[in-house]
Design a binder for this molecule. Structure first.
Ligand SMILES: C[S@@+](CC[C@H](N)C(=O)[O-])C[C@H]1O[C@@H](n2cnc3c(N)ncnc32)[C@H](O)[C@@H]1O
Length: 840
């Protein structure tokens, strides 16, 4: 590709420098092909759009370079300074040069940016072109590299960037040369060099961090100079780009509703300041694109972004048919997925089986935002609500950088403050696609192997609401939730309400997926101790008034350059942390470096708090499957339902709270299922459908002192491993079922529970008479998951039962409640035959 073609196709242009006041906020209309140096403030970390005095209306196509492009290597310390960049750019513009930010590469102490300069005059390594103002206001003439760090005559910056101080640290030429060589070897650089083939490529400068040092490094490709001829054709199509672009390719007409290839996004600027300083683009591409073993993208092509037009009206009056480039996407590591940078959350469209994404609109949300009423959530109340509104309208107000360089190593991105941020400032919303729980689980199975960890689970927060609802359902009808209690009408109403509770759970998206659609929040890393951010949940309106959102605010003052971190595990109880610390197998090892580091990161934020689902639960201490033989008295009373079923219980009374969700159940049982090899007197007719293949119990709290006492007694027995098989102990598991409800029930302490008012169907179903064993109820906190209900077993050894089903339970038991001393863990063994403890 000739240099001229590159200029035309990639839209490199030069613009005339304007006044010191940026007019770009209001003068946004530019012709395709005139996409210009407005890319630059976005492209260069640390630079502010508003501080670079562009006048877009003065944009003009890049004249053919009289001299070939030049390559400039700039240490990070310089380029991350907006002052430095502004000055660099100013000088180039004054000289009629266009710059292209090409690539980055890092050495341990220097990040090198390769800038391609379209030359209109010879640029020499020792050039002394341009002038700059000293801080005293005097104009001085300095070599090029010193101008980069000096203040621009066109604008003053009071911003103090401590990274500039790093510039005082000399970087050896050897390091710089090595870095340059590395940059030059990247495919991106090769591409640029190929484009420039036929032209002289001059390495203008190595700008070391010592302001006075200049080192010329030859670029591997040095071809013959060839003057380009003819002006770049101007594009006539008028369009209003209220998004920012880089290297835009005007190869076909822009059509609303059609994706349009651009090279990468810039920010939506319908309003001032929208995400103006989220400098996410480049690193994001590196992150999301297919990578080589060295971590660099395979090619530019592979990470190209696409812009989408949507129907939002633009505020740009100059455009005939104004459209806003709402967001952009980049191919991710998953070929059939794309990442869209958006500033607002997206929702599945109601009733759409395809789950078409629909951006949330502030006009939909205004008036719905309300103070959080989730009593147990520490939300920011009114302020958070206001801030959310502001964030959605104006975007992020603080200068942030998304880049590598955190303690996690180079393969990870992190978010860094680009300027001082005070404590208590709401920075951004965790934006993504809100998913229903089942969908989140399904996606997680895809994401995890791909190393994509951008799910933020709010279920545990919502559980508060849900529990309240369940409690209301259970208690408010029939004077309590005594499972199976109450007859006809009450039972039906209860069943209906239980379904309603399920619907609630099924219909409200509780997980935000920022894998494919998201904003800067997705790059915030975890820190076990000393995180400077915290998340705040706000109940809000929109499609459902119970929707919540996640806002991130600063916990303390943050200094420029400091990484922004969040404690993903802020919701975990200390005991839970301890438990997981003991066996973090399968979880992402934590590298936060904090003194009290827990040792692992949850695959996604807060998820384990809710249900101990998935890997975390399977890997948790004391967890294993316990198939339990269940006895069913009769199959006569099957009551089919079409919704998911639930197990719910009161949560009232001492230590009894449970809620169970059955996924994909098409039929649930009527009557009761009572446990295990031991016949349960007067247990009622029951059948659980074969289709009921998964019942998930979210949490069981059975923490009565009586239970603990009993349990201790049990485990003080010399041989307690075969207790279930032997049927000689009080503890066993019981699942009871009734229309719409399945109760996991009872306890070895069933007597105790049965007589406790409000203890509900946990082992106290007097109506069905099921005695309700439980997995020895002495646990203070027990998570049970009924994972399968298999076909009736004709070999039932329970004479009272016609069918036997098998229920697999996984229990997480806090060993410390058993009095075995440290290091001992209670385990449930497979086959449902062993029930004991062992050394941990
Ligand atoms: C929301 S992403 C954060 C951005 C991520 N670093 C990136 O490059 O895209 C969360 C994932 O980052 C990684 N991560 C975040 N904090 C970590 C930490 N302290 N130690 C190890 N990995 C961490 C884990 O893989 C985690 O699942």
């Amino acid at each position: 590709m000739s240099w001229q073609s590159a200029v035309v196709q990639k839209g490199w242009i030069s613009i005339r420098l304007g006044a010191s006041t940026c007019k770009a906020e209001t003068a946004f209309c530019i012709e395709p092909g005139w996409i210009s140096a407005q890319e630059l403030p976005c492209a260069i970390p640390g630079s502010r759009h508003t501080e670079v005095p562009w006048v877009y209306t003065d944009a003009r196509p890049l004249p053919p370079p009289e001299y070939p492009p030049h390559v400039v290597y700039v240490p990070q310390g310089l380029i991350t300074s907006r002052t430095a960049f502004g000055s660099l750019h100013t000088r180039c513009l004054e000289k009629g040069l266009a710059l292209k930010f090409v690539t980055v590469a890092s050495t341990p102490n220097m990040q090198v940016l390769l800038v391609l300069v379209a030359g209109h005059q010879p640029l020499l390594p020792t050039s002394t072109w341009g002038r700059t103002s000293s801080h005293s206001g005097q104009e001085v003439t300095r070599p090029f590299q010193t101008q980069l760090v000096g203040a621009s005559p066109h604008h003053h910056h009071h911003y103090h960037d401590p990274r500039q101080q790093q510039q005082q640290q000399p970087v050896s030429n050897a390091i710089a040369t090595a870095a340059v060589a590395r940059v030059a070897a990247t495919p991106e650089t090769s591409e640029v060099l190929q484009q420039a083939a036929g032209h002289d490529m001059t390495c203008l400068d190595i700008l070391t961090s010592a302001a006075s040092a200049t080192t010329a490094v030859p670029v591997p490709v040095a071809a013959q100079a060839r003057k380009a001829t003819g002006p770049a054709p101007a594009r006539k199509t008028q369009a209003c780009f209220n998004g920012y672009f880089l290297l835009f390719k005007p190869e076909r007409d822009l059509q609303p509703g059609q994706p349009y290839n651009i090279w990468w996004k810039r920010r939506n600027s319908e309003r001032r300041n929208r995400d103006r300083d989220i400098l996410i683009w480049r690193e994001d591409l590196l992150q999301m694109g297919p990578r080589q073993p060295n971590g660099l993208p395979q090619s530019e092509q592979a990470v190209r972004l696409q812009g989408y037009w949507d129907g939002y009206s633009s505020q740009c009056g100059a455009a005939a048919n104004p459209r806003l480039l709402h967001c952009s996407q980049v191919q991710s590591v998953m070929s059939d997925h794309a990442f869209l940078y958006v500033t607002r959350p997206w929702w599945p469209r109601p009733g759409d089986p395809q789950r078409t994404l629909e951006p949330s609109r502030s006009d939909q949300l205004d008036g719905f935002l309300r103070e959080c009423n989730c009593g147990e959530m520490k939300c920011g109340k009114l302020r958070a609500r206001q801030e959310l509104k502001r964030l959605r309208e104006e975007g992020v107000l603080y200068q942030l950088e998304v880049r590598r360089g955190s303690c996690l190593g180079n393969e990870h991105l992190g978010v860094f403050a680009g300027e001082p941020i005070q404590a208590g400032r709401f920075l951004f919303e965790y934006v993504g696609v809100w998913l229903l729980d089942g969908e989140a689980e399904a996606r997680e199975k895809i994401y995890e192997p791909a190393g994509l960890h951008y799910l933020y689970d709010l279920s545990h927060r919502h559980e508060v609401l849900e529990k309240r609802e369940v409690r209301r359902i259970s208690v408010g009808v029939g004077g309590g939730s005594r499972g199976g209690g109450g007859g006809g009408v009450c039972k039906k109403r209860r069943a209906n309400r239980a379904v309603a509770a399920d619907d609630l759970h099924a219909e409200i998206p509780l997980v935000v997926d920022a894998t494919n659609v998201g904003n800067v929040a997705r790059f915030v890393n975890h820190r076990c101790e000393g995180a400077n951010l915290v998340s705040v949940n706000v109940c809000m309106g929109g499609l459902d008034e119970n929707h919540m959102t996640i806002m991130i605010r600063t916990l303390r003052d943050v200094q420029p350059g400091e990484e922004l971190t969040l404690d993903y595990q802020a919701g975990l109880e200390p005991e839970e942390k301890e438990r997981i610390r003991a066996e973090p197998e399968g979880l992402v090892p934590c590298r936060c470096g904090a003194a009290s580091c827990l040792g692992f990161v949850f695959p996604h934020i807060d998820r384990a708090v809710r249900t101990w689902s998935g890997k975390a639960r399977r890997n948790a201490v004391g967890t294993c499957r316990l198939p339990i033989t269940m006895a069913i008295a009769s199959r006569a009373t099957t009551t089919p339902t079409t919704s998911t079923s639930s197990i719910s219980d009161s949560g009232i009374g001492e230590g009894c709270t449970l809620a169970v969700e059955a996924a994909d159940a098409t039929a649930t049982a009527a009557g009761s299922v009572a446990s295990t090899g031991r016949p349960v007197p007067s247990s009622r007719a029951c059948k659980i459908s074969d289709q009921l293949d998964r019942v998930e119990m979210m949490k069981v709290d059975l923490g009565s002192s009586e239970q603990q006492l009993q349990h201790q007694q049990l485990h003080n027995q010399p041989n307690h491993e075969d207790t279930i098989e032997d049927d000689e102990v009080k503890g066993y598991c019981c699942v009871s079922a009734e229309a719409g409800n399945i109760s996991l029930g009872g306890s070895g302490a069933s007597q105790t529970l049965r007589d406790r008012p409000g203890s509900g169907s946990v082992g106290s179903d007097s109506d069905s008479g099921k005695a309700g064993g439980v997995i020895e109820g002495a646990v203070a906190s027990c998570f049970l998951e009924v994972v399968s209900v298999v076909s009736p077993d004709p070999q039932s050894r329970n004479a009272d039962c016609e069918d036997v089903i098998e229920v697999s339970c996984a229990a997480v038991v806090d060993a410390r409640t058993y009095g075995h001393g440290p290091g001992r863990q209670l385990r449930y063994w497979g086959g449902g035959r062993r029930f004991g403890s062992e050394e941990g």
